[in-house]
Design a protein around this ligand. Structure first.
Ligand SMILES: N[C@@H](CCC(=O)N[C@@H](CS)C(=O)NCC(=O)O)C(=O)O
Length: 213
């Protein structure tokens, strides 16, 4: 397997965690977002969307971190990152999608570049936008996790799932932009629990070879 990744990419971090949890060794190719390598023809040949991550397995290229994690779950089911019960699976997928589908796209690099250029925003304006959508998303996630009452050490009891694989990278992003996380005690507690696990700690942005390069 080969993972196309960038150390600061939270969508890539999700997949790095899932691969680590499942103990799946893989080659790594760094695709630098600041150098716009993701937009070059070479990488668009891998992922026409021009987004990281992408995962090659057995000559097939997979894109979209949620689809990649579901593929890994189907292909390499142990240890499981989704519960068996359909309602429980839907709960875990919903928590993952609040982050990956509602929060992340609004604060993605291309979105930030677009609002900066089109609406002539300065750093302060862009940061305000960023923090707004972090607060909006984490408020939604916190109240969902609270209402469902299914959390334990992690989003789903004491089982690590794809919801945790999404939650941790999003908290990293929020911390990078100095967002106030005090209003989200469940989210931050789960973050702390996950970071005690090697699969989350060893794959974090600052530990990646391209961060150290
Ligand atoms: N929904 C996609 C999002 C992928 C994505 O947006 N990746 C970001 C890095 S986290 C990226 O490549 N951004 C480049 C850009 O916005 O130009 C997924 O989950 O894989």
């Amino acid at each position: 397997m080969k993972l196309y990744t960038y150390f600061r990419s939270s969508a890539s971090y999700r997949v790095r965690i899932a691969l680590a949890l499942k103990g799946l060794g893989h080659d790594v190719e760094s695709v630098s977002l600041p150098k716009a390598e993701h937009l070059a023809d070479r990488f668009r040949g891998v992922n026409p969307q021009g987004l990281v991550p992408a995962l090659e397995d057995g000559g097939h290229v997979l894109i979209q971190s949620l689809a990649i994690m579901e593929y890994l779950e189907d292909r390499y089911p142990v240890p499981a990152l989704l519960p068996k019960d359909p309602l429980e699976r839907a709960y875990v997928r919903a928590a993952a999608q609040v982050i990956a589908c509602e929060m992340h796209p609004l604060n993605n690099l291309r979105t930030l570049k677009h609002i900066r250029a089109t609406y002539r925003l300065d750093d302060e304006g862009v940061n305000a936008w960023y923090r707004h959508w972090i607060a909006d998303g984490f408020t939604m996630l916190e109240s969902y996790l609270n209402r469902e009452g299914r959390t334990g050490r992690y989003c789903f009891g004491d089982m690590v799932t794809i919801a945790d694989c999404c939650l941790v990278p999003q908290v990293f992003n929020a911390k990078r932009y100095e967002c106030d996380l005090a209003p989200y005690p469940i989210v931050t507690r789960i973050f702390g629990e996950c970071m005690r696990l090697d699969a989350f700690a060893a794959t974090q942005p600052s530990k990646q070879p391209d961060a150290l390069a």
